[in-house]
Design a protein around this ligand. Structure first.
Ligand SMILES: NC(=O)c1ccc[n+]([C@@H]2O[C@H](COP(=O)([O-])OP(=O)(O)OC[C@H]3O[C@@H](n4cnc5c(N)ncnc54)[C@H](O)[C@@H]3O)[C@@H](O)[C@H]2O)c1
Ligand SMILES: O=C(O)C(=O)C[C@]1(C(=O)O)C=C[C@@H](O)C=C1
Length: 305
């Protein structure tokens, strides 16, 4: 694949930045990848693993001469990082971020960036419960969505170039308005994480059970919850603090539905439960048929009953 950027600066060197670096290297999409992370230990690890070509002691140093800067830090840290790098950005550079929430990042980052720099916010819908410099891998973005939430009047050539990079690492790119992105993500990612955190918390409260039987007999349903609930606490604290309204909206709807199901169980209303579960099963099948769950086994696609 042809090189898309000459010099990419990654600020934050965890799961997402590490995966980008591995993928850019594999597909030869960047001439040079420079990196900075806040902790010296992470910087040392990144240098040792070798997914960046140079590691710098400050974000300001890392962004010098970069034609693409990627902010890959927790959402709550984006504004401070943007303020620090702003005076050191090359004219004409593109700045993107990979934050899980878009409107709050736009509000925090946008005001710091000088005229002539193209700020194009984005979000890869790909991740794992792991974090830190050792967690990245080159195939993370393959066959996943990468959403761009361009600002009014965004430079078309700069947006198209960024798209080429995301497609180069294997993602499918779509554009979305930032507020709409935050609502959609509250449904498909943020609230489900909160529910998983809660379910594992409930099991933990029942200590008598959780110390023995829950671990010993955990079936795949609960195990899936524990995987999600092992996700990075800083990242998810910031997601909920910055996507507050959309999450509370979806959580309110969730609680209402839960009460209806609770009542159906209490009243022995099997028809309601059956119809509800039939509807949700059809949603899952739709996801598989659309090719969005690459982990699903083949029989999930073949069986229609
Ligand atoms: N993990 C996921 O599943 C996932 C998926 C899509 C997007 N995101 C978003 O990507 C961003 C990064 O997430 P991640 O999973 O790579 O996290 P991570 O914890 O693996 O990495 C975060 C990196 O940021 C660095 N960092 C933290 N605060 C900093 C600061 N103030 N200045 C400089 N560096 C700092 C850390 O040292 C670390 O290198 C977040 O905004 C997150 O919302 C995460
Ligand atoms: O697969 C996972 O472990 C994830 O949680 C990834 C996931 C998601 O909810 O799908 C998490 C946060 C993101 O911002 C994007 C993707």
């Amino acid at each position: 694949m042809a090189q898309v950027f000459e010099r990419v600066a990654l600020i934050g060197l965890g799961l997402i930045a590490g995966s980008m670096a591995h993928a850019m290297k594999r597909h030869k999409l960047a001439g040079h990848v420079a990196g900075f992370a806040r902790s010296a230990e992470t910087r040392r690890a990144a240098a040792e693993i070798g997914f960046v070509d140079s590691v710098h002691d400050s974000a300001a140093e890392a962004v010098k001469g970069a034609d693409l800067v990627v902010l890959a830090v927790p959402v709550g840290a984006m504004g401070a990082v943007a303020e620090e790098i702003a005076p050191h950005l090359a004219p004409g550079a593109t700045v993107t971020d990979v934050g899980s929430v878009k409107q709050a990042v736009i509000d925090a980052v946008g005001p710091h960036l000088p005229d002539g720099v193209h700020f194009i916010p984005s979000h890869p819908l790909a991740g794992t419960e792991h974090s830190g410099p050792y967690s990245g891998f080159a195939t993370l973005f393959e066959n996943r969505w990468w959403l761009i939430t361009p600002l009014d009047g965004a430079d078309e050539a700069a947006t198209a170039r960024l798209r080429r990079l995301f497609e180069g690492v294997g993602a499918q790119v779509d554009e979305m308005e930032p507020g709409h992105h935050d609502l959609v993500l509250a449904v498909v990612s943020h609230t489900p994480h909160l529910i998983a955190y809660t379910m594992v918390g409930v099991a933990d409260h029942l200590r008598r059970v959780s110390q023995s039987e829950v671990i010993k007999y955990s079936a795949s349903g609960f195990r899936d919850f524990t995987r999600i609930a092992a996700s990075d606490p800083t990242m998810w604290r910031d997601v909920f603090l910055t996507n507050k309204e959309a999450t509370l909206d979806i959580l309110g709807r969730f609680t209402e539905e839960l009460f209806v199901l609770q009542r159906a169980i209490r009243m022995g209303d099997g028809d309601h439960l059956y119809e509800y579960f039939t509807r949700t099963r059809a949603i899952r099948r739709g996801i598989i048929e659309a090719g969005q769950d690459t982990d699903a086994p083949d029989f999930g696609r073949a069986r229609k009953d």
